[in-house]
Each structure stands twice: as C-alpha cells, then as structure tokens.
Design a protein around this ligand. Structure first.
Ligand code: C2O
Length: 492
C-alpha cells in the first residue's frame, strides 16, 4: 500500500447551491472606536440562571420576547448600532468565513466551544440591557431531554412575525420531533463519555479536526431545523447555513444547550482534558458589549462560566431527569466479524466521491511508525484513544448532508439500525456560506472508538468502513456529492 498523499483532487462536480436570500454581502462589524478594552469579568452580582426553554413561565416568555423584539427594533432604527439584531447575527457570519482568510474560523476546531460561549455571553448581556433586566438569561433547548427534541413552544407558537422568537426560514413546525437517532440516549451518552479532549472539542485551528460535539449533534440540529427531511442537500437558509444561522432566535437556545453539554462533560472529568497549550487559553476575541464598548476576552476568561461570566444552568425538570445517565450505557458485546464484501474499494488514500448510494471502503489501521506520514494532528488531550478518520471531507458550496458510519458491516444501508458495536456515529455537514463564497471548506471528521466498537476493530490490517448517506431517520438522499480524501484508524 502506498501512503503517498494525493494532492490533485477532482473538483466537486455538481451545481453550486444558491446563497440564502438573506445572506449579507458583507458581515463586517462596525469599525471599532479604538483599541479593545480588556474584559474584567462580569460586573453583576447575581448569577444569571439559564433554564430549559420548555420550562419558562409566561412572565419569562414575555420578557424574552420583549428583549428579542427590542433587538430587532434597534436593528431597524439604527442599522449601525453593533448591538442590533442583524449586526449581532453578522458577528457569527464574520467568524465562519465571512471575514475572509484573515479571520480564523470558529468552526471545525477547538475554538468552537469557547468562542460561542463568549458570543452568547455578550448577546445575553445586550438582551438584558435592552429590557433593563440584568438578570435576563438565555434559555436552552434541551433536545437531549426525553420528549424535547421538537422546537420549544415559545419559538414556534404563534408561528407569526408578531412572535419575536419565530423565524420564517424554518422547515420544522410546532410539535415536530427530530429523527429519534439524532438525540437518542445512546448518542448523548456516546458524546459525554468521550475520553479525549480533542475528540470532544476538536483540535487546533491548523489541524482541521472538528470536535464530535460539533459535527454530530450540533450540526445535525442546525440542518434539521431548516430541512427536517434531510432531502434538500442544497439551498438551506438560516439555521441550515452558518452565514445566516444566528438570524434565527433558536440559534441561541441551541447553543446554550451545546454549551451546557460542554459543562456536563467537564463535570464528568472532561475538565482534565481541556487543551493544555498556552495558545489555547491566551487566544482572545473582540466583541461589542451591552454598552457598545469594544471588549477583548480570552479563552481563559470564559472557561469559568459561573465565576467569570456569572451564569449557570438549572437542571431540566422533572427531577432533573435526562436520559443520558451513565447507567444507561449499553453493555459491551462482541459481534461476529462479517467476511469483507467483494465490492470494497481499495484506494483509501486518494480522493473519493460519495453519492447517495451507501459505500464501503477499506480503512487501513495505521500503526505508530506510519504516523509521521500523516498530517500533523492535534496534540493528545487526555488518554490515548483510537480514532476512525474520514479526512478532507468537502461538499460543493452550500451543500449539506448527514452520513452514518459503520465498521465491519459491509452492506450497511439507511435501514441498518444506528446502534451496536458496528455503529460508529453520524456526521452532518453544515455549509458555512452560499455560492457567493466559492471556497470549499474541508474538514476532518474523526470518531473516537468507543469501548464497544474497539471490540470489533482489530489491532492492525484493514477494516471495512461503510458510509451511509442519510435523510431523515431511514431514507436515502435523492442527490449527493460529497468528497473525502483519506480514511484510516489511528492511535493518537
Ligand atoms: Cu457557529 Cu451552531 O454554529
């Protein structure tokens, strides 16, 4: 087997997707008034308590709606006020490629969690300021709680512009639940039990390694809100594409929950697995605060949500019961190894195209002496694990899809249950921009092998890897072109 990396790739061949009609031509923030003021820690005395969006009292719903209405009004009255609705949505756009090559993308690497935390912090303070309530807290959409995978009612009822939490560019309606596998207890457990920090959070910006919290559930929810059938593959708007995602108020409840899962993972021992490198903690970003001050804040300053930022999460009722209790982790089982199918493509190091048909390829199990031949990855954070890599994943601009991944199960298709040791997980691609920005964003998708999956992956040799494009819970997409460059299992 040759390990020569193939540099020349065929360019993705299908038509580019149109840009969303509300994608801004530029999402550049208003010019800063001067050098940024360093963040000094939240100055309020009370801790803002973020509650489940399913548990808000009617007084709290009214207050939240007033705040979002004020934000929208500010945007109309003074489009240049950096605190207004569109300016705030554009902060997100700016950091997901809208700022060009000079602004590091906060998706697809370990900036994802701390940057979105800082963004939500300033956004929450602005909302509170606009309604004169410094205790106003963003609610979270706990899609991980049983029965709450549908959109929280205040955001969808009434489905009208009079409701400042409503957004017209959604595909889901009131009461519509996500495909069960997207937020199953097994899926959430799998995430919370990731042993290695880079698996959960992602790697340094240069490593291109996306964290599993991002490419699994976070991306899936983005896609689903706009395209619940998963059949659109193209042309998504608002939540379905990062350039406009923060124009939907549910974005902030979705990210509050993503942030809450980060807290839960850290409380379970993930605290030990935060990146140790100084570059991580010292990284700063700038935001306009609730008083229009241009403020710089570091990763170090957002790590302690209660102490530094003065917010925390209340547990969902009833009785704080969520399904991702570790007692529910499935027991280890050993599945028989099926014989490799004849149809396996033996070219794992060159570019491959995945269409809407499930595909099985052979993934080499790389031993450590071959490691130097691979691109530099993230430094290990926590225990050594084995990861299944699908590197260099790209779609034509604007394209979106979900793909399930199985090992040692040639012939797996969209009807194969997403459970058991052979099921590795699913990844969702959310486009950053429409075709106006023709850059193809490649990312590396790497799944930490669970103890259960380790039982069916040998120590060396090769293993059949099945990629199963998915629409909804068990349908095949009508159309798909997804490119990827390399697949392999590696110890890191
Ligand atoms: Cu910046 Cu949910 O994405």
């Amino acid at each position: 087997m040759s390990l020569t990396l193939v540099a020349l790739l065929p360019s993705p061949s299908y038509a580019q997707c149109p840009s969303p009609s509300n994608e801004p031509a530029t999402c550049k923030p208003p010019a800063p008034p001067g050098p940024p003021v360093p963040f000094q820690g939240d100055i309020g005395t009370s801790t803002r308590v973020r509650k489940s969006a399913f548990e808000l009292t009617s007084v709290e719903v009214d207050r939240l709606r007033q705040a979002f209405a004020a934000l929208r009004k500010l945007s109309e009255d003074d489009p240049d006020d950096p605190r207004g609705w569109l300016q705030q949505a554009n902060v997100h756009c700016w950091h997901c490629g809208g700022g060009g090559a000079s602004v590091e993308n906060v998706h697809g690497n370990y900036w994802f969690l701390p940057w979105h935390r800082a963004y939500l912090y300033f956004f929450e303070k602005i909302l509170g300021k606009l309604v004169g309530d410094p205790d106003l807290a963003l609610p979270y959409w706990d899609w991980d709680t049983r029965g709450r995978s549908a959109m929280p009612p205040p955001y969808v009822v009434p489905s009208a512009r009079s409701n400042s939490l409503f957004d017209a560019y959604r595909g889901v309606g009131p009461g519509q639940a996500m495909p069960p596998s997207a937020t199953s207890p097994q899926e959430i457990n799998r995430l919370l039990s990731l042993r290695n920090g880079a698996s959960f959070m992602g790697g340094p910006a240069g490593s291109r390694q996306t964290g599993e919290i991002e490419f699994r559930i976070h991306n899936r929810v983005h896609q689903w809100v706009t395209d619940p059938t998963g059949q659109a593959s193209c042309g998504l708007q608002d939540m379905g594409i990062f350039s406009t995602a923060a124009q939907d108020p549910i974005f902030f409840a979705h990210h509050a929950n993503t942030d809450r899962l980060w807290e839960l993972w850290r409380a379970m021992g993930g605290e030990q697995r935060l990146p140790a490198d100084a570059a991580f903690r010292r990284r700063t970003w700038t935001f306009y605060d609730e008083n229009k001050q241009w403020v710089s804040i570091s990763v170090e300053q957002v790590l302690d949500s209660v102490g530094s930022l003065h917010y925390g999460y209340s547990r969902p009722s009833p009785g704080g019961r969520t399904d991702h209790d570790h007692a529910t982790l499935p027991p280890l089982t050993t599945a028989p190894m099926p014989a490799p199918a004849k149809s396996i493509v033996k070219a794992p190091w060159s570019a491959q195209i995945l269409t809407s048909e499930p595909q099985t390829v052979s993934a080499p199990i790389v031993v450590s002496s071959e490691l130097a031949l691979l691109e530099a990855g993230a430094p290990p954070l926590g225990p050594t694990v084995r990861r299944l890599h699908i590197d260099g994943v790209a779609m034509p601009p604007g394209g979106s899809t979900t793909v399930r991944v199985f090992v040692n199960l040639p012939g797996a298709d969209e009807r194969t249950p997403p459970s058991g040791p052979n099921y590795v997980g699913a990844f969702t691609i959310v486009p950053h921009h429409g075709s106006g920005h023709a850059d193809v964003t490649r990312q590396d998708v790497a799944f930490e092998l669970s103890a259960e999956t380790e039982q069916v992956v040998p120590g060396s040799g090769e293993i059949p890897l099945s990629l199963v494009p998915l629409a909804g819970e068990d349908m095949r997409p009508l159309e798909l072109t997804l490119e990827y460059q390399k697949v392999y299992v590696v110890t890191e």
